[in-house]
Ligand binder design. Structure first.
Ligand SMILES: Cc1cc2nc3c(=O)[nH]c(=O)nc-3n(C[C@H](O)[C@H](O)[C@H](O)COP(=O)(O)O)c2cc1C
Length: 374
């Protein structure tokens, strides 16, 4: 009987679809909704010890539409949670009381201070969460305070902070990587050297959604001004897939057994299948839930099942990373193509019939013709 159930870093998930940190996991009401709709796990909105420093603005989203009207790109300048940490701890506890068998992961971000990281991890763990995602990747607002992607872009700091976190907990710890760097493997390696159990990739891509041609102001416009934001949704999927491929290749070669959670533009079961084929253990969805609602997990599961049935895969492990061996260098593509063309030419040049046993009814006219050319 085929199954979507999977166990990752000891966490048992009914399916690989995880709510990514963001608005879809921003308080207990919506987390409860996600579990009721059947999501495999929830990563809550990123928390910090002192929410009073987090001040959001409005508008904070801007969308890119295709000619059809479909939203294909989404920019946000939203910060991490502006809700008090004490409220979060209370909600983590209540959530685990109501859903003891479901996986709740806390996403955390702190300043570059050992004691702050240890405190936030320990207090979340006491509240009952099943694991952690370390947000080293929010590209706006927080980097001004040396948080988020300011840390994620610096492999040395990343390794050190992951080390602090690992001394504070034995639960799984996923380091969430920023795509706003040239080679994502470098910070990935650093996080794993520091002790992260796994990686999540990707967070949003730094972006400017556009400029209003009447007012000449960049968007989203807040009091006439803007700031570069984070780009998500369908349009970033090819970049997320590339980074999934790069990280999975590195993990397999250098850190076998460590895990990868893939995200960026996933909206369907077939999108998810592609991330898993490139080595992801789980997949996360943020903007997709903001576009389609929590119920989208059902068609996603159905589609993933459909893909598995077509290929007779029984479990996710049957196809995880299966497409990775088909990546090679460009020089190798050139060689493969030249080899194939040479083989084809040699086949065309050779006499079609070398002995009378090779005559076939289907090729009879062609074979006769070839013999007439000698
Ligand atoms: C409005 C919004 C808020 C987000 N807030 C967070 C956050 O608090 N912590 C975090 O790690 N990622 C946050 N993200 C990033 C998402 O978790 C995800 O990495 C990114 O959007 C790409 O996935 P997607 O295309 O499925 O949205 C946010 C994304 C959006 C669109």
């Amino acid at each position: 009987m085929p199954t979507l159930a999977t166990t990752v870093d000891g966490l048992k998930l009914p399916n690989p679809f995880i709510i990514a940190s963001g608005p879809p996991g921003t308080n207990l009401n919506v987390i409860t909704r996600a579990f009721r709709e059947g999501w495999g796990a929830v990563i809550a909105k990123t928390v910090s010890l002192d929410a009073s420093k987090v001040v959001n603005v409005s508008p904070r989203y801007a969308k890119l539409h295709a000619a059809s009207g479909e939203v294909i790109g989404w920019e946000n300048i939203e910060l991490i949670s502006d809700r008090p940490f004490a409220h979060w701890l209370d909600e983590f506890r209540r959530c685990k009381d109501e859903f003891p068998d479901r996986v709740l992961i806390a996403s955390v971000m702190e300043e570059y201070r050992h004691d702050a990281w240890v405190e936030i991890i320990q207090r979340c763990e006491e509240a009952g969460v099943d694991g952690f995602e370390l947000n080293f990747s929010c590209p706006h607002g927080l980097p001004e305070r040396k948080m988020g992607s300011a840390m994620g872009e610096d492999p040395e700091i990343l390794e050190e902070v992951c080390g602090w976190v690992k001394t504070a907990t034995r639960k799984p710890v996923w380091a969430k990587m920023t795509p706003n760097i040239t080679h994502i493997e470098e910070p990935g390696r650093a996080a794993l050297r520091g002790g992260a159990t796994g990686l999540s990739a990707i967070n949003t891509i730094r972006s400017v959604m556009g400029v209003n041609l009447d007012t000449l102001r960049p968007e989203p416009t807040v009091e006439g001004y803007s700031t570069a934001g984070g780009y998500s949704s369908k349009a970033i999927r090819p970049i997320a897939l590339r980074m999934t491929m790069e990280l999975a290749t590195m993990l397999r070669a250098e850190f076998p057994g460590r895990t990868l959670s893939g995200l960026g533009g996933i909206e369907s079961g077939t999108d998810a299948a592609q991330f898993i084929l490139l080595g992801a253990d789980t997949v996360q969805v943020c903007t997709g839930v903001m576009k389609f609602g929590y119920g989208c997990v059902k068609p996603m599961c159905d589609e993933l099942f459909g893909f598995m049935a077509k290929h007779r895969f029984e479990t996710l492990a049957d196809f995880r990373g299966k497409s990775l061996p088909y990546f090679t260098t460009h020089a190798d593509l050139v060689k493969r193509q030249a080899d194939r063309k040479a083989a084809q030419k040699a086949a065309e040049a050779k006499p079609v019939v070398a002995s009378d046993t090779e005559w076939t009814g289907d090729e009879f006219v062609k074979q006769s013709d070839a013999l007439s050319k000698g």
